[in-house]
Design a protein around this ligand. Structure first.
Ligand code: NAP
Length: 339
């Protein structure tokens, strides 16, 4: 458990990655009370220097005693590293906020979005899981609606940027774009197909039920975060050639009828959301506009004319911020508030 201090020793595990880099920037921007920052990555990055508050910090590799003296560790180095190292960190007295999928559905581990279920932090036993990026931005918007009108069913299609896969995928989109514009063949290493100038209806592995793991993460994590197993949800997750920012088309069916104006009203009062919705003036959220922003943007709010109590929404957020680094830092801030 975290004890109250003026400043904390913080670690970022996976510091050289797409999320890790954003975590370092977020800690600095939000003036998180850092006494000392330790940075960890693989052997490939050992000795590399990263900048935090105009100081160079040397990247270390993980060792059995690495977590001694560290209060809070933000993990974003993949599920396998979290499986091995998070329990070691907890045994050293550290609280872990984990970005990987490793602990999310563990019944002993709270899965937290601070705007939605901060109360679940009460029962953590050392590890708190950060949800999947596409789930975070959806539940931030759906929870306030659920509280008023009870959502019965969700149909979501995502348009996810390549930064959701990590740095290598961003490099691949850039390289393929350059190659194709120069009449060279594009090589595919990260995704099974060309991502430049293309759309892939495939994120993560395919499962027995023909859904992808990403789609089932959205189903299971949404129910756990919203604390409601009765919500029915079906997802199609799609990778698009966008560098940063995930977009989602979300259709919901509610128990109580809501008008589009009532939904705008509810969402404009909810935390962490910007209603950006004036379609007749071409105003709706776009990934290029939300890059670097903390809030989740929602637009194209309209009644679903095919059912009695349905609403359509277009939800966009920066996956590296609210979908990962920012949510993790907000969890750490809540932990400090409770210490
Ligand atoms: N990208 C997103 O939008 C997003 C959102 C939510 C959650 N996540 C999760 O966050 C994690 C990281 O994602 P990412 O997008 O940042 O990936 P990434 O860009 O590929 O970065 C991976 C990081 O993990 C480090 N790493 C790899 N092997 C390691 C080892 N053996 N020991 C210590 N560090 C090691 C890498 O270090 P090197 O540079 O030395 O290889 C790098 O810092 C994943 O679990 C992912 O599922 C990502």
């Amino acid at each position: 458990m975290l004890t109250m201090k003026d400043t904390y020793v913080v670690a970022v595990v996976g510091a050289t990655g797409a999320v890790g880099n954003e975590m370092i920037a977020t800690l600095e921007e939000r003036d998180f009370p850092v006494k000392k920052l330790r940075l960890f990555a693989s052997e490939r990055s050992e000795g590399k220097e990263l900048t935090y508050r105009d100081r160079e910090i040397t990247v270390e590799t993980l060792k059995e005693n690495s977590f001694a003296g560290i209060d809070i560790a933000l993990f974003s180095a993949g599920a396998e590293r979290s499986r091995i190292w998070a329990p070691i960190a907890v045994r050293s007295g550290c609280v872990v906020v984990d970005n990987s999928s490793q602990w999310r559905m563990d019944p002993e581990v709270p899965l937290v979005v601070p705007e939605v279920n901060p109360e679940d932090l009460k029962w953590h036993k050392g590890i708190i899981a950060n949800p999947n990026c596409s789930t975070i931005q959806m539940v931030v918007v759906l929870k306030p609606i659920h509280d008023v009108a009870k959502i019965k069913r969700i149909v979501v299609t995502t348009f996810q940027s390549v930064s959701g896969t990590g740095q290598k995928a961003m490099d691949e989109l850039l390289q393929q774009t350059k190659d194709l514009l120069n009449f060279r063949e594009a090589s595919c290493n990260v995704y099974p197909h060309q991502i430049a100038f293309n759309v892939l209806p495939h994120i993560d592995k395919f499962l027995e039920n023909d859904y992808t793991k990403e789609e089932m993460k959205m189903v299971n994590e949404t129910r756990k975060i919203m604390g409601d197993n009765s919500i029915r949800l079906t997802a199609t997750t799609v990778r698009v050639p966008v560098f940063r920012g995930h977009s989602e088309s979300v259709n919901i069916e509610t128990e109580k009828k809501l008008t589009a104006n009532e939904v705008r009203e509810i969402l404009s009062r909810a935390p962490g959301i910007i209603v950006f919705d004036a379609p007749h003036k071409d105003v709706y959220p776009l990934p290029v506009d939300v890059t670097g922003r903390d809030e989740t943007y929602v637009g194209r709010i309209r009644e679903d004319e095919s059912i009695e109590k349905g609403i359509n929404l277009w939800i966009v957020a920066d996956n590296l911020r609210k979908g990962a680094a920012l949510n993790a830092v907000q969890i750490a801030e809540k932990l400090i508030e409770r210490a």
